[in-house]
Design a protein around this ligand. Structure first.
Ligand SMILES: [Zn+2]
Ligand SMILES: [Zn+2]
Length: 274
């Protein structure tokens, strides 16, 4: 972890064991590989639970009653997602190498800012990503940019867990920008970065699950109502021009871009489950 990868490469070190150790360190902790493994654990488990094994039992939780997604769509989504995650991995490699050079604001010592700060930065990063995404998302819906970036993600109308990272490569780069910016601006512990990326993946998969799993009383809570349930982003895929927010409703409410029938649609989903 503390070995300097660039130096090892540039000096053609013959210490193969150290070099191997450094690469293993990168592959196991910082590259796209763990992200791909975690991606498949999260998406496959939720897909098999909701879309295969308990499909009948889960039917009342379905947001779109008519199933429009099929094997062809899922295969395409997985292929797109693997490209997206590989792009994230290359960007993470850049962050890793920049960290080795001391260019980032990433730090290793937990005691430097304490544990509460690590948790605080996870929340801050989620808010930052949500804000960045809202505006980048609206920009990508601009007709001129749409077909070169965001259209691929909208090919999925009836979303599945595999839709979460089904992006055009240009959108994958845009999606990685918040992480790339934050590590140069905010002091962030490596664990916080991992915790935030994991939370982000889980929330993304829930947003594209196709089933509403957030309890109704959470969505009626004075604070909980600001967190988007699955129905919120599902409506973005079925109706397109609204509900641009990813994790939270703040920007949509503030900018007047939330679908007027959002609450009625959400209530109808809950009614079916009674
Ligand atoms: Zn969109
Ligand atoms: Zn989506």
């Amino acid at each position: 972890m503390n070995l300097n990868l660039l130096t090892l490469i540039s000096t053609n070190s013959l210490d193969w064991l150290s070099t191997l150790n450094t690469w293993l360190d990168y592959v196991l902790f910082d590259s796209a590989l763990p992200a791909i493994v975690i991606y498949f654990v999260v998406t496959l488990s939720s897909f098999y639970i909701f879309w295969i094994y308990y499909k009948q039992q889960m039917q009342p939780l379905r947001i779109q009653q008519k199933q429009r997604s099929d094997k062809r769509q899922w295969h395409k989504e997985i292929k797109n997602s693997l490209i997206s995650i590989s792009i994230f991995g290359v960007i993470d490699l850049g962050i890793y190498l920049a960290k080795q050079q001391g260019w980032t604001s990433l730090y290793d010592d937990v005691s430097q800012y304490g544990l509460p700060y690590i948790l605080f930065t996870i929340v801050i990063m989620l808010f930052w990503q949500d804000t960045f995404f809202y505006w980048a998302h609206r920009l990508m819906h601009w007709k001129t940019l749409y077909k070169f970036s965001h259209k691929v993600h909208h090919d999925s109308i009836d979303t599945s867990p595999f839709t979460a990272y089904s992006f055009h490569p240009v959108e994958a780069i845009v999606e990685a920008l918040p992480d790339l910016i934050v590590v140069f601006v905010l002091p962030v512990h490596f664990w916080a970065l991992l915790g935030y990326q994991f939370a982000s993946m889980v929330m993304n998969v829930i947003g594209h699950l196709g089933y509403e799993i957030i309890p109704q009383n959470w969505t009626r809570h004075w604070l909980g109502q600001w967190k988007t349930p699955s129905t919120h982003h599902n409506m973005h895929h079925s109706k397109v021009n609204g509900n641009y927010g990813l994790y939270f409703r703040f920007w949509d409410v503030l900018m007047g871009t939330e679908f007027k029938d959002y609450e009625a649609t959400l209530n109808a989903v809950y009614e079916r489950n009674r």
